[in-house]
Design a protein. Structure first.
Length: 172
């Protein structure tokens, strides 16, 4: 009528093939997640909270989400400016999403101003999107590589070579 369950008994589990007693169990290799040279998992974005004020420059190869106030330049991979955020300085990133206020130059491969954005400064971009309702005062310039430092970029006109200078013959 009732039979004893084999779930907790020693021996091969359901789905396992029986192996001879003198054969060793296969050895599992350790995880290579933290091996040198292996790509590291990407960390989540660093968040600067709304009650935080930073005076100074920020630089990272990762992502930053600003909800507070930054008085200085920011360089990142992805920069998100929150609705309550204010940045006074230049921002440079591959991808920039502005929901709040930026006073200064914006340089990015992809720049997006949402309907709540307020930007006072020039925007240098490869691609740009400006939603209806965004406030923007400044100029917009498209460049193939807007992440180059300085005002001139790849599309800037080449400068003329300096004029040759007169030389005096050497005394013999």
């Amino acid at each position: 009528m009732f039979s004893k369950s084999r779930i907790n008994e020693p021996g091969p589990k359901q789905g396992e093939a029986e192996r001879p007693k003198n054969q060793e169990a296969p050895v599992q290799k350790p995880s290579t997640d933290f091996a040198p040279g292996a790509p590291k998992p990407k960390p989540s974005a660093s968040v600067l909270s709304s009650d935080l004020t930073v005076v100074g420059n920020l630089r990272t190869t990762g992502d930053i989400q600003v909800e507070g106030t930054v008085e200085g330049d920011i360089r990142a991979h992805l920069l998100t400016v929150g609705e309550s955020a204010t940045i006074r300085g230049e921002i440079v990133a591959d991808d920039i999403v502005v929901n709040g206020r930026v006073i200064g130059r914006v340089r990015g491969l992809k720049v997006r101003l949402t309907s709540t954005a307020r930007v006072e400064g020039d925007i240098i971009h490869k691609t740009i999107a400006i939603e209806s309702g965004a406030h923007f005062e400044g100029s917009v310039q498209r460049q193939e590589d807007p992440l180059q430092s300085g005002k001139g970029g790849a599309s800037a006109a080449p400068q003329a070579a300096p004029a040759p200078q007169a030389t005096k013959p050497a005394d013999l």
